[in-house]
Ligand binder design. Structure first.
Ligand SMILES: *[C@@H]1O[C@H](CO)[C@@H](O)[C@H](O)[C@H]1NC(C)=O
Ligand SMILES: *[C@@H]1O[C@H](CO)[C@@H](O)[C@H](O)[C@H]1NC(C)=O
Ligand SMILES: *[C@@H]1O[C@H](CO)[C@@H](O)[C@H](O)[C@H]1NC(C)=O
Ligand SMILES: *[C@@H]1O[C@H](CO)[C@@H](O)[C@H](O)[C@H]1NC(C)=O
Ligand SMILES: *[C@@H]1O[C@H](CO)[C@@H](O)[C@H](O)[C@H]1NC(C)=O
Ligand SMILES: *[C@@H]1O[C@H](CO)[C@@H](O)[C@H](O)[C@H]1NC(C)=O
Length: 934
């Protein structure tokens, strides 16, 4: 088509590029509908289910949802013990949103409200209970397609007739709704709420290209968003919102929000299906224009989660700007049926909390499907009888078994009984039956089975075997005499020949074998025996030849079918197995990350091209060399090759990628992609044009020296990056190697912290490297070195050293500069103790800065390098000190001595000096320590 009407295509592509491909992949089934149609308000194409579902009847709905053709009819199923399934084709290992909706219409006097179950494959999805006939009940599940199709089944009605109104399948992008648990859990959507909505109508396609349904917070139903805090105000904007996050919520949803003008936002709602473990998302976009000295900072107040509740949300900062979405999410939180939540502003914030949307889904354990070997045998049997093939839907055992089988209650379920008496089954008994180890009863009597008995020696639980009234031929295999559980064997009226295995006659079992002309017991005389053997042999060979020729085609087809099923299973298995072999971790993590698109996978060859075969080395990071590169799209990148990928390399690598791809802050160097090939682990970061802070402070003489305000801004940026690692991440991250060479400067000289997340893995390894502390000489926290007690305060110590470098322009360790003391901490401390800050100042700064501003930073720096972690400030306090220093330096205040900040600095300097009168414990952070990790 593209060839004949190229201008058409272009037209469509220009109109709505993402939408075009989405809609083609959408499956929208109007259950009970009689015709196909396109909904003019949404543009969705609905198809009638008449060709997809042969059971049940179409029932006209009396009070259909207005303007929605898909709700004019519903499909109602018989009230029986059976399940009724729709099969939807999927792409294996792709993520989908599956939605089933139910609108009953109206209830006549004699009706009872229906209550029944909904299954997705063998997974119990939900119990549909209709209380309000007019309401459209929506059930959504987010799945990672386990195979090339899924079954949505309705069953197990306890009252009323089970029914369904629509069934929808929406493909998602690979990054959306990824979880760490998707091999064993689906996500059942419990709430997806658009706050500050402008009407009661839910937002869906085309506003949401993925056709999620975002409920309006104005909708009225029982215990839905009650307990609203006073002062809650609805706000909206018409400006575009950058929603380029993983979940890509629709712009229209992000354009509205609620704000707690009195400092608080709170809500209460019921979560269907809970208590349970949840994946929860909050969507925040700053859509008010805040003044220059205004801030919006808030915390999750309730429910209280350790870690989460300590994290301060500062939307514009977390998202790097207003009108940009920030999307924190909780991978796994335990929630109750009634969820109360509230956000409260922090004390230093001028504005109250803001919320655009939330999304909460419950982890639902994926139910075990029937054993694959058993399934293969059942499929082989289905192919032999058109009569039974029609009646089989969904899984053979779950939620209710097919009517000709019974199952065990194991996981996965196994088939215990096959009852195909007189079901018009034709052909040879499939050899796959031999894999059904749990089979206890096999009823195949009264059919047209032909051929010889296959090997069924593995059926050690088989008690009852009915083969009578068929056309089976050949000898009775000897294993029949030794099946350990066999109690009853019926083979009458067939064409078996030869001797009955002596074992069969000797056993105390029910054994019926009359009307098999060629069959006989073991003879007495040897001569007779011999004749018989010859006779039988001839007979058997003739028969076999006939059978072979006659049945060859049939058998072949069956085998081919069966082996196809088998080999595809095997393929799936070995694929997994090999993934597992490459990195133990990658099966659940790496595998997903590769899909997530957030830190995208970049091939080695692309990197070789981008870096011109790794020709321009720009540095040596803690874990390997760093090269400059330029991707095909022109993006400049820093490519870090992990030096040691042999021992803990792979694992550490995957850990880092997993971690990094979750962390976004404007003061942290963003990870663009990664590569894991040929034992090379490579991380690709955004290129920072102005290199490291170290180069700017200690670089060659011809470099332009940084002025004090620039240094302060860099310090503030880096501190914010670290603060985010400490308080904004869960679990919180300790950098462990804060130093000037890990603080990078972008093209605007804004600082970003790099190399974080590298050391987490090492924590687990501490047992066998316990004598070695990680970190860099001169920056190493002495307390950590002595006790191996790692806390955020270790980063604070290192950051204190960075601050001292910024003030002094000197290196952290140097015999030249500091003499016997060797390091900057001792040297600076003793000078500051004497009140002599000028002596530690970078000569370049002396005379060009307000001394009070230097003092403010020097004080906090000295607090940072306190011997004991508990005495050191938190990053938050350090940021305030730096901001103070910036204010002083820019100073409306004029003279340093007269300024209020100046006197405040003065007074805190006094306390500082007093504290130095205490006796100091020996400082272990001297230059003689050589951490082996460097
Ligand atoms: C509706 O569309 C489907 C798929 O395109 C098609 O198979 C089916 O025959 C159509 N049904 C009717 C009633 O036109
Ligand atoms: C249904 O559609 C008509 C015309 O498209 C519109 O005027 C009417 O308001 C709609 N009704 C509802 C309840 O949306
Ligand atoms: C979530 O956390 C709970 C408690 O820590 C744990 O038992 C569970 O396995 C986790 N994952 C899921 C999917 O529930
Ligand atoms: C900050 O805002 C307040 C009002 O909220 C105003 O009174 C004050 O002058 C502002 N300060 C600066 C430095 O802009
Ligand atoms: C943050 O925002 C600024 C300006 O809005 C932009 O120049 C910069 O590239 C952004 N940084 C990141 C990491 O997105
Ligand atoms: C399966 O078991 C149930 C209950 O034990 C029984 O009613 C049913 O007839 C059995 N089905 C078959 C096919 O044997």
């Amino acid at each position: 088509m593209g060839l004949y009407f190229p201008h058409h295509l272009v037209f469509f592509l220009l109109l709505a590029p993402p939408v075009l491909c989405q809609v083609n992949d959408f499956i929208s089934i109007d259950c009970g509908g009689t015709r196909n149609f396109t909904d003019t308000s949404t543009g969705l194409a609905w198809i009638s289910d008449t060709g997809l579902m042969s059971h049940g009847t179409s029932v006209q709905v009396e009070n259909p949802k207005p303007n929605s053709t898909q709700y004019l009819n519903r499909r109602e199923f018989p009230i029986d013990g059976k399940k009724y399934c729709y099969t939807l084709s999927t792409q294996e290992r792709r993520r989908y949103l599956v939605r089933a909706t139910f609108q009953y219409g109206s209830l006549k006097d004699e009706d009872t409200y229906p209550k029944f179950k909904l299954y997705l494959d063998a997974t119990e999805w939900s119990t549909v209970t209709i209380f309000d006939a007019a309401r459209v009940y929506v059930n959504e599940m987010i799945i990672w397609a386990p195979s090339d199709s899924i079954d949505v089944c309705i069953c197990c009605a306890t009252t009323g007739s089970p029914f369904i109104s629509t069934l929808e399948l929406r493909p998602l992008t690979l990054s959306m709704y990824a979880t760490d648990f998707e091999d064993s859990f689906f996500l059942r959507v419990a709430a997806r709420v658009n706050f500050g909505a402008t009407s009661k109508d839910a937002i869906r396609y085309p506003d949401d290209p993925y056709d999620r349904i975002w409920d309006s917070d104005l909708e009225k139903r029982q215990n839905f968003l009650v307990g609203v805090a006073t002062g809650t105000k609805r706000i909206e904007t018409l400006r575009n919102i950058d929603v380029n996050t993983r979940e890509h919520p629709p712009v229209k949803v992000m354009q509205t929000a609620v704000v707690g003008t009195e400092g608080r936002l709170s809500y209460r709602l019921n979560l269907e299906g809970f208590p349970g473990n949840a994946r929860a998302y909050a969507y925040f976009a700053e859509i008010e224009d805040l003044g220059p000295n205004e801030t919006r900072k808030f915390k999750l107040d309730e429910p209280y989660f350790l870690d989460y509740s300590n994290a301060v949300v500062n939307i514009a900062e977390n998202a790097n700007g207003s009108y940009t979405l920030y999307e924190p999410s909780y991978m796994n939180v335990s929630l109750q049926f009634v969820l109360s939540f509230s956000f409260a502003k922090t004390r230093d914030s001028t504005r109250g909390p803001l919320l655009n949307a939330i999304e909460i889904s419950k982890y639902v354990q994926i139910g075990a499907k029937t054993d694959k070997q058993d399934l293969a045998a059942l499929i082989a049997l289905c192919l032999m009888s058109p009569e039974i093939a029609l009646t089989n839907e969904g899984d053979p055992c779950v939620p209710t078994p097919w009517d000709w089988v019974n199952c065990s209650t194991n996981a996965p379920p196994r088939i215990t009984i096959i009852n195909l008496s007189a079901k018009n089954v034709k052909g040879g008994i499939p050899s796959e039956l031999n894999n059904m180890e749990e089979l206890a009863e096999l009823w195949l009597d009264g059919n047209s089975l032909t051929g010889t008995l296959p090997d069924m020696a593995n059926l050690i639980n088989l008690k009852i075997l009915h083969l009578e009234n068929n056309k089976l031929t050949g000898p009775l295999p000897s294993y029949l005499g030794s099946l350990p559980s066999l109690q009853e064997l019926y083979i009458q009226n067939n064409s078996f020949i030869g001797e009955i295995p002596p074992g069969l006659l000797a056993r105390k079992i029910v054994f019926k074998y009359q009307d098999n002309p060629g069959l006989h017991k073991v003879s007495q005389s040897k001569k007779k025996h011999l004749n018989l053997v010859i006779g039988t042999a001839v007979g058997v060979s003739v028969l076999l030849i006939i059978l072979l020729v006659g049945g060859l085609l049939l058998i072949r087809t069956l085998r081919r079918k069966a082996s196809r099923t088998k080999s595809s299973d095997r393929k799936g298995y070995s694929l997994r197995a090999s993934t597992k072999a490459s990195t133990a971790y990658s099966i659940s993590r790496g595998g997903h990350l590769r899909d997530e698109g957030i830190a995208c996978y970049i091939t080695l060859s692309e990197l070789e091209e981008a870096t011109n075969n790794f020709s321009k080395k720009i540095g040596r990071g803690s874990f390997g060399s760093v090269y400059y590169g330029r991707m095909r799209d022109g993006k400049e990148v820093a490519v870090k090759i992990m030096a040691d990928s042999s021992s803990h390399g792979d694992q550490q690598f995957v850990t880092e990628v997993a971690l990094l791809s979750r962390i976004h802050h404007r003061n942290l160097v963003p990870l663009i992609g990664y590569c894991e090939e040929e034992h090379q682990c490579v991380l690709v970061y955004e290129y920072m044009h102005n290199g490291t802070l170290r180069d700017h402070i200690h670089g060659c003489a011809d470099q332009k020296r940084l002025d004090w305000l620039t240094r302060l801004r860099i310090a503030e940026d880096a501190a914010k990056g670290l603060e985010y690692l400490h308080t904004g991440c869960n679990p919180s991250i300790i950098h462990r190697d804060v130093k000037t060479s890990n603080i990078l400067l972008d093209i605007n000289m804004r600082a970003k912290v790099s190399d974080f997340g590298l050391s987490r893995q090492a924590e687990e390894d501490l047992t066998h490297i316990s004598s070695v502390a990680r970190g860099t000489v001169g920056y190493l926290d002495p307390e950590y070195y002595a006790c191996q007690q790692l806390t955020e305060k270790s980063d604070v110590y290192s950051f204190g050293v960075v601050l001292l470098e910024l003030i002094s322009g000197r290196k952290p360790v140097s015999q030249e500069d500091y003499g016997a003391e060797l390091n900057i901490v001792h040297w600076a401390r003793s000078l500051i103790r004497k009140g002599d800050v000028v002596s530690i100042m970078d000569p370049f700064l002396v005379g060009n800065v307000k001394i009070e501003s230097i003092w403010r930073v020097a004080e906090v720096a000295i607090q940072c390098v306190e011997q004991h972690g508990v005495c050191r400030p938190r990053m938050q306090e350090i940021i305030l000190a730096i901001q103070d220093a910036m204010k002083i330096e820019k100073g409306a205040e004029g003279s340093q001595k007269m300024s209020p900040s100046g006197s405040k600095a003065q007074s805190s300097r006094k306390t500082l000096l007093t504290s130095f009168l205490e006796i100091e414990p020996p400082d272990l952070s001297n230059g003689f320590l050589v951490p082996s990790a460097r």
